[in-house]
Design a binder for this molecule. Structure first.
Ligand code: RNT
Ligand code: ZN
Length: 417
């Protein structure tokens, strides 16, 4: 039986022409690709006590209890999943390979090194996405990978990316759910380069080599992710927005839009309809930059709501893969996963509950006063009871009740690490 507050909310939305039941059904069909790397500060398991190094990204904070093993990460991830409504996906980086203590070079990774992840994901009904890890490695220490001046180093990273695509395809095939494999590299210079062209020419050639073999798009889809700057690479990033957008358009790859990878006054939301006019699909890295690309936990905030609104308004859900990309090491990591994923879903639900038809009608009629008035009034419609009803139906804690479960998990599990 729906709660009384949900019944009132249903009526309120119906009065503005919105069907809350349709919105909830649509929400249930959208998986969020939840990044594994929030659980251990982007360390991975290639060696014991691996920590994020280089690559221009940084996890800050030293909250106790981070996952130190694959089993711990899986257990933490499952705890978070039990608090998040709906069926989702896990987004894995290559450095989370299950190598069984052996040393394997990244360019020699095969699906065998991810079999235990696939088995685990399959048992939980999760889809999987994948990423080559072109950082935190001696061959990336110079700050250059696919665009490196040295042909041998370039070759190594090309091979790693090729291996990753094959792993992605094998994952997609085995799970029966398409895997998105996203290529992001850190390449860039701290200070003003004398040659901006050379590395970009090399990157294009490397990418061509990476993508030379066509893979079944039912199994694997390729995405490329641009960036503005990284820590220690503030002056020049080889794979800039213009570079990768052009590459994606030319080769009809997925373009990955990361909310932290633009100038702070730019809105990711406005890019979606432009990019989707020219590429088949997009990958979102929903994130939150505070003053810089800081990868704070995703909020139920205006920028994230605007992103989801654009995806829904444009009818783009089927062409958009919604992934998360943040890592906060200063708070409970299971809570970070839970808060950010629940917020991404809340933003999506809010977008699905927008009285878009009425707003569009006002716009078409040239009634910009009405459009603004309705848009603002829609913000105070009873969203909360609809979200609560969704959580109740999906049998996860309603409201802030999940926090008690995370606290108990911290007491019983995390604090013993
Ligand atoms: C880095 C990119 C990239 C990474 C992950 C770990 O700035 O956003 O997506 O965060 O691959
Ligand atoms: Zn990203």
């Amino acid at each position: 039986m729906p709660s009384q507050s949900y019944s009132f909310a249903l009526e309120s939305y119906a009065r503005v022409g919105v069907d809350t039941e349709l919105a909830l059904a649509a929400l249930a069909r959208v998986p969020i690709s939840i990044h594994c790397w929030q659980g251990d500060d982007v360390g991975g398991f290639e060696k014991p006590n691996a920590v994020l190094s280089g690559g221009g990204i940084q996890a800050t904070g030293n909250y106790p209890g981070k996952a130190r093993t694959i089993d711990e990460l899986r257990s933490d991830f499952q705890k978070a999943l039990s608090l998040i409504p709906g069926k989702h996906r896990i987004n894995l980086h290559a450095c989370y390979a299950d190598l069984g203590g052996r040393k394997v070079e990244r360019n020699e990774y095969t699906v065998a090194h991810f079999q235990s992840w696939i088995d685990w994901a399959g048992a939980l009904g999760l889809g999987m996405d994948f990423n080559p890890t072109c950082f935190a490695h001696p061959k990336a220490d110079s700050g250059f990978t696919l665009s490196h001046r040295d042909a041998g180093i370039r070759r190594f990273w090309v091979e790693h990316c090729i291996a990753s695509r094959k792993i992605g395809a094998a994952i997609g095939k085995k799970l029966g759910k398409t895997c998105v494999t996203n290529v992001w590299i850190p390449d860039g210079y701290k200070d003003t380069p004398a040659d901006r062209k050379g590395p970009r020419e090399r990157l294009e050639k490397s990418l061509d080599a990476v993508f030379a073999d066509a893979l079944n798009p039912k199994h694997n889809l390729d995405a490329v992710e641009s960036k503005l700057f990284g820590i220690g690479a503030e002056s020049y990033t080889v794979g800039s927005h213009e570079f990768y957008l052009s590459y994606a358009v030319k080769h009809q790859k997925l373009y990955c839009l990361d909310a932290g990878h633009y100038h702070p006054t730019e809105q990711l939301a406005d890019k979606i309809s432009s990019v989707l006019q020219f590429v088949p699909e997009i990958l979102l890295h929903v994130s939150r930059g505070v003053r810089w690309d800081s990868d704070h936990v995703v909020l139920f905030d205006d920028p994230t709501r605007a992103i989801m609104e654009e995806v829904v308004r444009g009818g783009f859900l089927a062409r958009t893969h919604i992934g998360l990309d943040y890592f906060d090491a200063s708070i409970n990591r299971v809570a970070a996963w839970t808060i950010g994923t629940r917020n991404a879903l809340k933003c999506l639900l809010a977008a699905l509950l927008e009285p878009t038809k009425t707003l569009r009608a006002a716009e078409i009629a040239g009634d910009h006063t009405g459009r603004l008035a309705l848009m603002e009034e829609a913000k105070s419609l009873p969203f909360g009871p609809v979200w609560d009803e969704y959580c109740r139906r999906k049998e996860v804690p309603v409201g802030g009740a999940w926090l008690e479960e995370v606290r108990a998990y911290e007491r019983d599990v995390l604090s013993k690490r």
